[in-house]
Every structure is written in structure tokens, then in C-alpha cells.
Write a protein of this length. Structure first.
Length: 202
């Protein structure tokens, strides 16, 4: 299997964390009928996918417009991903815990910042750098995003059942293991960002 595909899939799956999104989704939709809850899940995943695809296409252009070089963004992005990974691994709160069902919870807070949060946006930009990846590879990242959004929808649609099967302890253990994986990937991202600077001072 293509190493780039695996890296994209693992990074985005861990940072989006569909299993971790499920409890927030259940809390936000606890007063809704099942049909309405499914509509909320579908809309949230669709909006989150659009957000991430937009950053895949335009994120680097925006960075250049702001005068931010990719090695700097890679280091800063890796640091943010590291913090997210450590918070997950240590069991600290990452997503908002509001239980309000008023307003359009599909777009906020479910689509963003719960699903397409800062970590996912940064990961999407880092995984599609123009200088490192071809158009085909960037398109593959977009396909991975869509696949993970589809998986996220399935997880949210089955959230009640999943919670009963794995229980609170199972969900906690799984999230913490994924947090460690994300922290490791974040460290590698920062090292990749530092490499050009270290090479320039030799």
C-alpha cells in the first residue's frame, strides 16, 4: 500500500478521531429524534469535508500571502498537533462540551471545531504541501478526507451502539492510544520542519 496514503489516513483519522467525536455528538443531539440526529450527522460531516478540502486547495496560497514559509508552518503545525495528541493521550478535554441543542449544531460546534478542528486543518495543509507532493498525491489526500468523513458519519450514526459495545473504558483506552500515535507523528513533522534550518547552519 502507498506510504503516502497510509500516512494521510493515519494522521487524519487520529486527529479527527471519529470515536472521540461520538460522545460530543450524542450530547448535542440528545433531545432530537433519530431521523433529525442522522441529518445533523450528515450535514456536519459534509461541512467538515468542505472545510478541509478548501484548506487543501487554498491553505498554502493563504500562507504565502501572509509571508509564512512552509518549514515555519510545519514546526508550528507539528507543535499544535503534538499538544492535541498529548491532551488526548492524557485524557484532557479537547472538544467543547456544550449540550445545547439550539441553533445549527451541525455547523457549529460539530462540523467545526469538533470534527474539522485546528489540528485537522493544519494536518490537511501539511499533507498537501505543493513543494513535496504532486497534484495526484494531493488529490489522494482529498479522497482520504472524504473517506474519513464517510467513516465519521457511520460512527455517528451508530454512536449509541458503539458506546454500548466498547463502553466508556474502551473509548478512553482507544482515544489515548491514538493520542500517542498523533504525538509521534507531530514530532516527526516538527523534525522535518527543522531539517532545512539545521542544514543551513552547518
Amino acid at each position: 500500500m502507498d506510504a503516502k496514503f497510509v500516512q494521510d489516513a493515519v494522521t487524519l483519522l487520529v486527529v479527527i478521531d471519529p470515536i472521540g467525536v461520538a460522545p460530543v455528538y450524542l450530547a448535542l443531539t440528545c433531545e432530537m429524534e433519530r431521523a433529525q440526529r442522522l441529518r445533523v450527522a450528515l450535514r456536519a460531516c459534509a461541512i467538515a469535508a468542505l472545510i478541509l478540502i478548501a484548506f487543501i486547495g487554498l491553505g498554502e496560497v493563504v500562507l504565502y500571502g501572509l509571508g509564512v514559509h512552509l518549514p515555519s508552518f510545519r514546526i508550528a503545525g507539528g507543535l499544535v498537533l503534538l499538544l492535541v495528541g498529548l491532551r488526548i493521550a492524557l485524557g484532557m478535554q479537547v472538544a467543547p462540551t456544550t449540550t445545547s441543542a439550539s441553533g445549527d449544531v451541525a455547523s457549529f460546534p460539530l462540523a467545526s471545531p469538533v470534527i474539522a478542528g485546528p489540528g485537522a486543518i493544519i494536518a490537511a495543509v501539511l499533507l498537501t504541501e505543493n513543494e513535496r507532493f504532486s497534484v495526484g498525491e494531493q488529490a489522494m489526500t482529498g479522497v482520504v478526507v472524504m473517506a474519513i468523513m464517510a467513516l465519521t458519519y457511520v460512527v455517528l450514526a451508530c454512536a449509541d451502539m458503539i458506546q454500548k459495545v466498547i463502553g466508556a473504558t474502551g473509548a478512553t483506552v482507544l482515544s489515548r492510544v491514538l493520542g500517542l500515535v498523533l504525538a509521534s507523528l507531530a514530532m516527526q513533522t516538527m523534525l522535518d520542519g527543522l531539517r532545512p534550518y539545521l542544514a543551513s547552519i552547518r
